[in-house]
Design a protein around this ligand. Sequence first.
Ligand code: ADP
Ligand code: ADP
Ligand code: ZN
Length: 218
Amino acid sequence: MIVILLGPPGAGKGTQAQTLAKTRGIVQLSTGDMLRAAVKAGTDVGRQADTIMKSGGLVSDEIVIRIISDRIQEPDCAKGFLLDGFPRTLPQAVGLDKLLEQQGKTLDVVVEMKVDDTALIERITGRFTCAKCGTGYHDTFKPTKAKDTCDSCGSHEFTRRADDNAETVKSRLMAYYRETAPLIGYYFAKGKLKSIDGMAQIDEVERQLNTVLDAAAA
Ligand code: ADP
Ligand code: ADP
Ligand code: ZN
């Protein structure tokens, strides 16, 4: 199935997408992860994206649509995928509609994760990630089970994102409200939108998400 997770930075999209990839075998496509990989690899796209990402702005529609267009044509996406962090603007949503149409695919459901702004800042400033396998954690809300050891792969190395600071978060939130929030209306009008309570605990959000996906798959 084809699913979009929609929500502000820090809403829990990546956390839930990682779990769904494991429990339901759905391929997770995170444009944020792909762009960070491009920055690290020093590609042309990475060079263009780097400064914009550091400032909390949005990378151009053209770049991200191209990345997604290439990625969803790979064999592992044939049975479906879950988009985390894409689309983020109306032109990206329209671009995705076109790509899916060209490939004879249909979007099943868009899940909006609703979270209060004050909670978002707390979530983002406490976020860290395993440097080896990419599993996401939080200082308070999702600590590693054993101190400084990744639950998934046992690594002791972790990273924090350069843009996960209180200052940049404000620009990212502004970009969300200006550019991304209109997608809620766009997908509602198409009859694709389902909203869940992203303020609940991680397990409860996962339960709600599974209920929505089961209904969409039925
Ligand atoms: P997004 O991908 O939407 O930006 P993440 O999934 O990375 O968000 O979550 C942001 C931070 O909040 C992470 O550190 C994560 O561990 C934590 N988090 C995710 N979901 C919840 C939740 N329901 N309650 C508390 N903290 C959460
Ligand atoms: P978060 O969910 O915490 O906002 P992401 O990892 O999804 O973080 O995105 C990090 C940054 O990458 C964004 O602030 C933006 O600069 C860039 N980015 C990711 N996805 C897109 C997209 N679809 N369109 C434009 N920029 C994007
Ligand atoms: Zn790990």
